[in-house]
Ligand binder design. Sequence first.
Ligand code: 15L
Length: 271
Amino acid sequence: MTKVALSGAGGNVGRILRVELQKRGVDLRSAGGSKPLEPLHPGEDVMHGDLREPAVVDRLLDSVDVLVHMAGTSVERPLPEIIENNLRGLYEVYEGARRHGVRRVVFASSNHAFGMHATDSKLKLDAEFRPDGFYGLSKVWGEAMARMYWDKHGIEGVSLRIGTTMGRPPENFRQLSTWMGTDDLVQLVMRSIEAENVGYAAVWGVSANTRSYYDLDEGNTIGYRPVQNAEQWAGEILAQPNPLDAVAQRFQGGAFASMDYTPPERRPGRG
Ligand code: 15L
């Protein structure tokens, strides 16, 4: 049976996956960061620790076939923190994957690797990376890292370009485009674990939203077919004001894009 490790199991997405994957019979080891995870049932395979330490990574990946890597900083933060948690952390788990013969790494990438695309464009999987900050930039690096470990070391990689997933309905106008429901999230991760001969693949981690920023018609290598749609909540959401400022409304990354944004009149050569 495939042994799956889940890092970031105490985080917003990991917490959902920890429960849902076990419900579906996945043989799972769940890892938290600094805080121990309370076992959900007697004998649950849980651990915690700092993934920058090879000994912790060794515990995580011992006898593991597939790593679902959800750990790391998940919001915009100063670059030194992003480098430690997202770049160095990912490097350590990939080197651990080599040591332990892990077959596949499923990497939590993000829509923020594309956040400076305009909200009126629809992206295909080969769209240009346009990160909206240091967090998004770390996901560009992570996708390239997954590609490199497949090309160079034969570790399969799936980059999940996750939109907005939080275990509840969409809450604002932007999320009508970026939302992914829990059923779709679970299908996405199950396909990422079970699909055969993936090699390296990137997939949009969003539901089949009517207002999607992403072209889902081109399909994907792992056979993920979302069935949920944020439009179901459009009536309530459109009745509320859009909470985003004018800049955030122009770019797919929303508030991440407008954070520390240099307006045209303050750009070099325009003053
Ligand atoms: C992400 O990548 C973040 O981890 C999450 O905090 C949300 O901001 C989400 O994207 C989003 O864009 O809604």
